[in-house]
Design a protein around this ligand. Structure first.
Ligand code: NAD
Ligand code: TYD
Length: 337
């Protein structure tokens, strides 16, 4: 089997490649990545001397590059995207280009190449926002209601993927997962930003009142879910994937991290809220549990401790990532905190 992974140098993509070469050593894995600010080949050092792994530096919006990467491919696992909501608010255009146009170009080439599976990685953010007191959860039948340029671009890509199934019979599956965390996550996202700021003795920015709720999924649990969908998922279907954190808000998470790291809550800094900030996401993952037998392996607390440990042990990785280009973004987003 030859698997084309797009965006394999990013956070989830690199975790997925490391997972895949460990669990499916006979498969050939090709990683197509543009290496934006979020792409980092250091994440894939372990794969470097594996014969079955290769890297192509290319853009999914470049038809020629995609055509070349798609050669002989059986399965596409599509992670490549602009993925950060705050950046999509600052500059939506790259989100439309990569997430919408890039996905359409990949779909075209996958169709031409008669791939056996096109798996699209999407987000629960396409479903919009729940109220804090709402006990409903998002599921595969929830109507789309994206509210940020990021989620709108991901929603568009989902629709395109579904349309290629209905119109052309491309064998697709889609997963809409909640917020991931774990090793190799770029420290612009809440959990790695908090951990690395604490390690540097810097303040931790909390947007608005901090009472925003996400459904947290450990990246390795996510990789196992994708594997199951690729092995046993039904063509044309969507699967929602979430974690075990029940309605835990951002402030509680930061306090938990501060406690585990034996730091001081004085590091918490309430900052200006994100425009259009979605109040709550919550995922009903009973379909993938009942049909494919998936569930998360550990609680949020256990996984968060493991994540803190990883960042503590991999200071060189995040220090390099936090230097350079990222500092410009940080100053623009947070000012002088
Ligand atoms: P990331 O930002 O860490 O990595 C994205 C990767 O895609 C990078 O390696 C980047 O270089 C590459 N890339 C960007 N534009 C490209 C282009 N035009 N051509 C080729 N490669 C390009 O993202 P992530 O957090 O790993 O997310 C992966 C996927 O999962 C995305 O589709 C995202 O929407 C989805 N997702 C992420 C989360 C999360 O919590 N991180 C949650 C739900 C869904
Ligand atoms: P983030 O990690 O950006 O993921 P998403 O916006 O895709 O859910 O943010 C997670 C939550 O944390 C979200 O409610 C915004 C909030 N947040 C902060 O309070 N401070 C921060 O510095 C960041 C990056 C996020």
């Amino acid at each position: 089997m030859k698997v084309l992974v797009t965006g394999g140098a990013g956070f989830i993509g690199s975790n997925f490649i490391l997972y895949w070469i460990k669990n499916h050593p006979d498969d050939k894995v090709v990683n197509l990545d543009k290496l934006t600010y979020a792409g980092n080949l250091e994440n894939l050092k372990e794969a470097d001397n594996i014969d079955n792994y290769s890297f192509i530096h290319g853009d999914i919006c470049d038809t020629k590059a995609v055509e070349k990467a798609m050669d002989g491919v059986d399965m596409v696992v599509h992670f490549a995207a602009e993925s950060h909501v705050d950046r999509s608010i600052m500059e939506p255009a790259p989100f439309v280009m990569t997430n919408v146009v890039g996905t359409q170009i990949l779909l075209d080439q996958a169709l031409k190449n008669n791939v056996k599976r096109f798996h699209h990685i999407s987000t629960d953010e396409v479903y919009g926002s729940l109220n804090l007191n709402d006990s409903n959860k998002f599921n595969e039948r929830t109507n789309y209601n994206p509210r940020s340029p990021y989620s709108a671009s991901k929603a568009s890509s989902d629709h395109l993927v579904k349309s290629y199934f209905v119109t052309y019979g491309l064998p697709i599956t889609i997963s809409n997962c909640s917020n991931n965390f774990g090793p190799y996550q770029f420290p612009e996202k809440l959990i790695p930003l908090a951990i690395t700021n604490i390690l540097e003795g810097k303040r931790v920015p909390v947007y608005g009142d901090g009472l925003y709720v996400r459904d947290w999924l450990y990246v390795e649990d996510h990789c196992r879910a994708i594997d199951l969908i690729l092995q046993k998922g039904k063509i044309g279907e969507t699967y929602c994937i979430g974690g075990l954190a029940e309605d835990i808000n951002n402030l509680t998470i930061i306090k938990k991290i501060i406690k585990i790291m034996k730091a001081n809550e004085k590091l918490i800094e309430f900052v200006k809220d994100r425009p259009g900030h979605d109040r709550k996401y919550s995922i009903d993952w009973s379909k993938i549990k009942n049909e494919l037998g998936w569930s998360p392996l550990h609680s949020f607390d256990e996984w968060v401790e493991k994540t803190i440990e990883w960042y503590e042990n991999n200071e060189n990785w995040w220090k390099r990532v936090k230097s350079g280009e990222y500092q410009k973004y940080y100053r623009k987003q947070y000012g002088n905190i």
